[in-house]
Design a protein around this ligand. Structure first.
Ligand code: PLP
Ligand code: CA
Length: 306
Protein backbone atom coordinates (compact mmCIF):
# COMPACT_ATOMS: atom_id res chain seq x y z
CA UNK A 1 0.00 0.00 0.00
CA UNK A 2 2.59 2.57 1.08
CA UNK A 3 4.58 2.89 -2.11
CA UNK A 4 6.42 5.99 -0.96
CA UNK A 5 6.94 7.16 2.60
CA UNK A 6 5.91 10.44 4.18
CA UNK A 7 2.60 10.61 2.30
CA UNK A 8 -0.16 12.98 3.42
CA UNK A 9 -3.04 10.90 4.70
CA UNK A 10 -6.12 12.27 2.92
CA UNK A 11 -9.21 11.11 1.07
CA UNK A 12 -9.71 7.40 0.32
CA UNK A 13 -6.17 6.56 1.51
CA UNK A 14 -7.24 7.27 5.12
CA UNK A 15 -9.92 4.60 5.01
CA UNK A 16 -7.56 2.18 3.25
CA UNK A 17 -4.94 2.60 5.97
CA UNK A 18 -7.46 2.29 8.80
CA UNK A 19 -9.00 -0.82 7.18
CA UNK A 20 -5.53 -2.40 7.06
CA UNK A 21 -5.02 -2.24 10.87
CA UNK A 22 -6.87 -3.59 13.90
CA UNK A 23 -5.03 -1.58 16.56
CA UNK A 24 -4.02 2.06 16.83
CA UNK A 25 -1.35 3.23 19.28
CA UNK A 26 -1.46 6.90 20.23
CA UNK A 27 1.38 8.86 21.75
CA UNK A 28 -0.23 11.26 24.26
CA UNK A 29 1.36 14.68 24.63
CA UNK A 30 1.34 16.48 21.28
CA UNK A 31 -1.08 14.02 19.64
CA UNK A 32 -4.23 13.58 21.76
CA UNK A 33 -3.60 16.36 24.27
CA UNK A 34 -1.30 19.26 24.94
CA UNK A 35 -0.68 19.62 28.65
CA UNK A 36 -4.17 19.58 30.16
CA UNK A 37 -6.15 20.30 26.99
CA UNK A 38 -7.41 17.75 24.49
CA UNK A 39 -6.34 18.36 20.89
CA UNK A 40 -9.60 19.48 19.20
CA UNK A 41 -11.35 16.47 17.65
CA UNK A 42 -9.06 13.89 19.31
CA UNK A 43 -11.69 12.43 21.71
CA UNK A 44 -14.12 11.98 18.78
CA UNK A 45 -11.42 10.22 16.72
CA UNK A 46 -10.54 7.80 19.49
CA UNK A 47 -14.14 7.09 20.45
CA UNK A 48 -15.06 6.53 16.78
CA UNK A 49 -12.12 4.17 16.25
CA UNK A 50 -13.37 2.12 19.17
CA UNK A 51 -16.90 2.14 17.81
CA UNK A 52 -15.47 0.86 14.53
CA UNK A 53 -14.01 -2.10 16.45
CA UNK A 54 -10.36 -0.98 16.60
CA UNK A 55 -8.26 -1.56 19.67
CA UNK A 56 -6.78 1.69 20.94
CA UNK A 57 -3.73 2.14 23.19
CA UNK A 58 -2.19 5.18 24.84
CA UNK A 59 1.61 5.13 24.86
CA UNK A 60 3.45 7.83 26.79
CA UNK A 61 7.04 8.40 27.89
CA UNK A 62 5.76 10.59 30.74
CA UNK A 63 6.56 8.79 34.02
CA UNK A 64 4.67 11.14 36.35
CA UNK A 65 1.35 9.25 36.36
CA UNK A 66 0.06 5.75 37.03
CA UNK A 67 -2.18 3.97 34.54
CA UNK A 68 -5.14 4.78 36.77
CA UNK A 69 -4.25 8.50 36.83
CA UNK A 70 -4.01 8.49 33.01
CA UNK A 71 -7.37 6.73 32.69
CA UNK A 72 -8.89 9.45 34.91
CA UNK A 73 -7.28 12.23 32.87
CA UNK A 74 -8.46 10.63 29.61
CA UNK A 75 -11.99 10.32 30.96
CA UNK A 76 -12.07 13.97 32.06
CA UNK A 77 -10.96 15.09 28.61
CA UNK A 78 -13.74 13.08 26.90
CA UNK A 79 -11.84 9.96 25.81
CA UNK A 80 -13.36 6.53 26.38
CA UNK A 81 -10.43 4.76 27.98
CA UNK A 82 -9.63 2.14 30.57
CA UNK A 83 -6.42 1.79 32.54
CA UNK A 84 -5.51 -1.45 30.76
CA UNK A 85 -5.14 0.49 27.51
CA UNK A 86 -2.55 2.85 29.01
CA UNK A 87 1.14 2.09 28.64
CA UNK A 88 3.14 4.78 30.42
CA UNK A 89 6.77 4.53 31.50
CA UNK A 90 5.91 4.40 35.22
CA UNK A 91 3.98 1.15 34.64
CA UNK A 92 6.25 -0.26 31.92
CA UNK A 93 9.42 0.32 33.99
CA UNK A 94 7.89 -1.69 36.82
CA UNK A 95 7.05 -4.51 34.38
CA UNK A 96 10.57 -4.28 32.91
CA UNK A 97 12.26 -4.60 36.32
CA UNK A 98 10.12 -7.58 37.18
CA UNK A 99 10.11 -9.50 33.89
CA UNK A 100 13.33 -8.52 32.09
CA UNK A 101 15.66 -7.70 35.00
CA UNK A 102 14.06 -10.38 37.17
CA UNK A 103 14.76 -8.07 40.10
CA UNK A 104 15.04 -9.65 43.53
CA UNK A 105 15.34 -6.71 45.89
CA UNK A 106 14.46 -3.05 46.25
CA UNK A 107 14.76 -0.15 43.83
CA UNK A 108 16.52 3.13 44.52
CA UNK A 109 14.01 5.41 42.80
CA UNK A 110 14.80 8.79 41.33
CA UNK A 111 11.25 9.51 40.26
CA UNK A 112 7.67 10.26 41.16
CA UNK A 113 5.15 8.93 43.64
CA UNK A 114 3.30 7.46 40.66
CA UNK A 115 6.36 5.35 39.86
CA UNK A 116 6.55 4.20 43.46
CA UNK A 117 2.88 3.15 43.26
CA UNK A 118 3.35 1.21 40.00
CA UNK A 119 6.37 -0.59 41.48
CA UNK A 120 4.39 -1.43 44.60
CA UNK A 121 1.45 -2.71 42.52
CA UNK A 122 3.78 -5.26 40.92
CA UNK A 123 5.37 -6.22 44.26
CA UNK A 124 8.58 -4.16 44.13
CA UNK A 125 9.57 -2.03 47.10
CA UNK A 126 11.35 1.26 46.46
CA UNK A 127 13.24 3.86 48.44
CA UNK A 128 14.20 7.43 47.58
CA UNK A 129 11.00 9.16 46.45
CA UNK A 130 10.74 12.81 47.61
CA UNK A 131 13.58 15.09 48.66
CA UNK A 132 16.76 13.32 49.79
CA UNK A 133 16.93 13.29 53.61
CA UNK A 134 20.60 14.32 53.59
CA UNK A 135 20.51 17.87 52.31
CA UNK A 136 23.89 19.37 53.10
CA UNK A 137 26.73 19.79 55.52
CA UNK A 138 27.87 16.23 54.80
CA UNK A 139 31.65 15.75 55.01
CA UNK A 140 31.99 12.35 53.44
CA UNK A 141 29.49 12.08 50.61
CA UNK A 142 30.78 8.70 49.45
CA UNK A 143 29.77 7.22 52.84
CA UNK A 144 26.12 8.28 52.68
CA UNK A 145 23.99 5.52 54.26
CA UNK A 146 22.73 3.01 51.68
CA UNK A 147 20.03 0.33 51.82
CA UNK A 148 21.73 -3.07 51.35
CA UNK A 149 18.55 -4.51 49.83
CA UNK A 150 18.66 -2.12 46.85
CA UNK A 151 19.48 -4.10 43.70
CA UNK A 152 18.49 -1.58 41.01
CA UNK A 153 18.48 2.16 40.31
CA UNK A 154 15.51 3.48 38.35
CA UNK A 155 15.56 7.03 36.97
CA UNK A 156 12.40 8.84 35.86
CA UNK A 157 11.05 12.38 36.09
CA UNK A 158 11.87 13.74 39.56
CA UNK A 159 11.17 17.31 40.59
CA UNK A 160 13.28 16.71 43.71
CA UNK A 161 16.38 15.67 41.73
CA UNK A 162 19.48 16.90 43.56
CA UNK A 163 23.23 16.48 43.95
CA UNK A 164 22.62 14.13 46.87
CA UNK A 165 20.30 11.91 44.81
CA UNK A 166 22.88 11.83 42.02
CA UNK A 167 25.53 10.91 44.56
CA UNK A 168 23.39 8.21 46.12
CA UNK A 169 22.63 6.70 42.70
CA UNK A 170 26.35 6.64 41.97
CA UNK A 171 27.12 4.88 45.26
CA UNK A 172 24.57 2.16 44.42
CA UNK A 173 25.77 1.86 40.82
CA UNK A 174 29.42 1.44 41.88
CA UNK A 175 28.28 -2.10 42.57
CA UNK A 176 28.37 -3.72 39.10
CA UNK A 177 25.56 -6.10 40.15
CA UNK A 178 23.18 -3.19 40.73
CA UNK A 179 20.91 -2.90 37.67
CA UNK A 180 20.40 0.47 36.01
CA UNK A 181 17.13 1.39 34.28
CA UNK A 182 15.81 4.70 32.90
CA UNK A 183 12.21 5.51 31.96
CA UNK A 184 12.99 7.61 28.88
CA UNK A 185 15.53 9.91 27.26
CA UNK A 186 13.36 12.92 26.22
CA UNK A 187 15.72 15.82 26.91
CA UNK A 188 13.22 18.67 26.69
CA UNK A 189 9.53 19.00 27.39
CA UNK A 190 8.11 21.58 25.02
CA UNK A 191 5.60 24.12 26.33
CA UNK A 192 3.34 26.60 24.57
CA UNK A 193 4.98 29.65 22.99
CA UNK A 194 8.29 27.94 22.14
CA UNK A 195 9.19 27.50 25.82
CA UNK A 196 10.60 24.26 27.22
CA UNK A 197 11.66 22.64 30.51
CA UNK A 198 14.30 19.93 31.15
CA UNK A 199 13.03 16.39 30.61
CA UNK A 200 13.99 13.07 32.22
CA UNK A 201 16.77 12.59 29.65
CA UNK A 202 18.76 15.34 31.42
CA UNK A 203 18.51 13.56 34.78
CA UNK A 204 19.32 10.19 33.26
CA UNK A 205 22.37 11.63 31.45
CA UNK A 206 23.61 13.07 34.76
CA UNK A 207 23.35 9.67 36.47
CA UNK A 208 24.93 7.87 33.49
CA UNK A 209 27.79 10.38 33.49
CA UNK A 210 28.41 10.02 37.23
CA UNK A 211 28.15 6.21 37.20
CA UNK A 212 30.06 5.82 33.91
CA UNK A 213 27.41 3.31 32.90
CA UNK A 214 24.60 3.23 30.34
CA UNK A 215 21.06 2.69 31.57
CA UNK A 216 18.62 0.24 29.99
CA UNK A 217 15.88 2.50 28.65
CA UNK A 218 12.25 1.39 28.75
CA UNK A 219 10.44 4.23 26.93
CA UNK A 220 10.02 5.01 23.25
CA UNK A 221 11.96 4.44 20.96
CA UNK A 222 13.00 1.27 22.83
CA UNK A 223 10.78 -1.56 21.66
CA UNK A 224 9.89 -2.70 25.20
CA UNK A 225 6.69 -0.64 25.45
CA UNK A 226 5.36 -2.30 22.29
CA UNK A 227 6.48 -5.76 23.44
CA UNK A 228 4.69 -5.17 26.72
CA UNK A 229 1.34 -4.45 25.03
CA UNK A 230 1.86 -7.02 22.26
CA UNK A 231 2.33 -9.70 24.94
CA UNK A 232 -0.75 -8.68 26.87
CA UNK A 233 -3.06 -8.25 23.87
CA UNK A 234 -1.54 -10.59 21.26
CA UNK A 235 -0.91 -7.76 18.78
CA UNK A 236 0.24 -8.41 15.21
CA UNK A 237 2.72 -5.58 14.42
CA UNK A 238 1.73 -5.47 10.75
CA UNK A 239 -1.85 -4.68 11.81
CA UNK A 240 -0.89 -1.80 14.12
CA UNK A 241 -0.64 1.91 13.40
CA UNK A 242 1.60 4.05 15.64
CA UNK A 243 0.59 7.72 15.77
CA UNK A 244 3.09 10.18 17.21
CA UNK A 245 4.43 13.72 17.11
CA UNK A 246 8.13 12.89 17.53
CA UNK A 247 10.22 11.27 14.83
CA UNK A 248 13.04 10.17 17.15
CA UNK A 249 10.77 8.42 19.68
CA UNK A 250 7.29 7.56 18.33
CA UNK A 251 8.05 7.06 14.64
CA UNK A 252 11.35 5.31 15.42
CA UNK A 253 9.55 2.91 17.79
CA UNK A 254 6.97 2.16 15.09
CA UNK A 255 9.64 1.51 12.43
CA UNK A 256 11.73 -0.66 14.75
CA UNK A 257 8.75 -2.82 15.70
CA UNK A 258 7.35 -3.15 12.15
CA UNK A 259 4.23 -0.99 12.70
CA UNK A 260 2.71 1.42 10.20
CA UNK A 261 3.53 4.99 11.25
CA UNK A 262 1.64 8.28 11.19
CA UNK A 263 3.15 11.63 12.17
CA UNK A 264 0.78 14.24 13.59
CA UNK A 265 2.03 17.79 13.13
CA UNK A 266 0.40 19.02 16.37
CA UNK A 267 3.56 18.51 18.44
CA UNK A 268 7.34 18.55 18.27
CA UNK A 269 8.47 17.34 14.81
CA UNK A 270 7.82 19.05 11.49
CA UNK A 271 7.43 17.73 7.98
CA UNK A 272 10.73 19.45 7.12
CA UNK A 273 12.44 17.32 9.83
CA UNK A 274 10.98 14.16 8.29
CA UNK A 275 12.02 15.16 4.76
CA UNK A 276 15.53 15.91 5.96
CA UNK A 277 15.84 12.38 7.38
CA UNK A 278 14.47 10.98 4.13
CA UNK A 279 16.85 13.01 1.94
CA UNK A 280 19.89 12.15 4.08
CA UNK A 281 19.97 8.65 2.60
CA UNK A 282 21.30 7.48 5.98
CA UNK A 283 19.77 4.02 6.65
CA UNK A 284 19.41 4.64 10.40
CA UNK A 285 17.56 7.91 9.82
CA UNK A 286 15.02 6.20 7.54
CA UNK A 287 13.45 4.81 10.73
CA UNK A 288 12.48 8.39 11.54
CA UNK A 289 10.56 8.87 8.28
CA UNK A 290 6.85 8.19 8.87
CA UNK A 291 4.72 6.31 6.35
CA UNK A 292 2.05 9.02 6.57
CA UNK A 293 1.40 12.43 8.11
CA UNK A 294 -1.59 14.60 9.05
CA UNK A 295 -1.83 18.18 10.35
CA UNK A 296 -3.88 16.80 13.26
CA UNK A 297 -5.52 13.45 14.02
CA UNK A 298 -8.86 15.29 13.67
CA UNK A 299 -8.28 14.90 9.91
CA UNK A 300 -9.02 11.17 10.07
CA UNK A 301 -12.51 11.73 11.52
CA UNK A 302 -14.38 11.98 8.17
CA UNK A 303 -13.02 8.55 7.15
CA UNK A 304 -14.52 7.12 10.34
CA UNK A 305 -17.90 8.73 9.79
CA UNK A 306 -18.22 7.69 6.13
N1 PLP B 1 8.03 13.11 30.23
C1 PLP B 1 7.39 14.07 30.92
C2 PLP B 1 7.77 14.33 32.35
C3 PLP B 1 6.38 14.83 30.31
O1 PLP B 1 5.73 15.79 31.00
C4 PLP B 1 6.06 14.55 28.95
C5 PLP B 1 5.01 15.29 28.27
O2 PLP B 1 4.18 15.98 28.87
C6 PLP B 1 6.75 13.53 28.27
C7 PLP B 1 7.73 12.83 28.94
C8 PLP B 1 6.42 13.14 26.86
O3 PLP B 1 5.21 12.44 26.83
P1 PLP B 1 4.63 11.76 25.51
O4 PLP B 1 5.41 10.50 25.25
O5 PLP B 1 3.18 11.50 25.84
O6 PLP B 1 4.78 12.76 24.41
CA1 CA C 1 4.52 13.17 22.26
Amino acid sequence: MAVSKCTRLTGPLTKQVLDSVDSVLFDCDGVIWRGDQAIPGAPEVINSLKKAGKRVFFVTNNSTKTRKMYAEKLGKLGFEASKDEVFGTAYCSAVYLKTVCNLQGKVYLIGSNAMKQELEAIGIESVGVGPDPVSGGQKDWASVPLDPEVKAVLVGFDEHFSYMKLNRALQYLCNAECQFVGTNTDTRLPLEGGKAVPGTGCLLKAVETAAQRHAQVVGKPSSFMFKCMANQFGLDPSKCLMVGDRLDTDIMLGSTCGLKTLLSLTGVSTIADAEEHQRSGCPKRQGMVPDYYVDSIAEILPALQA
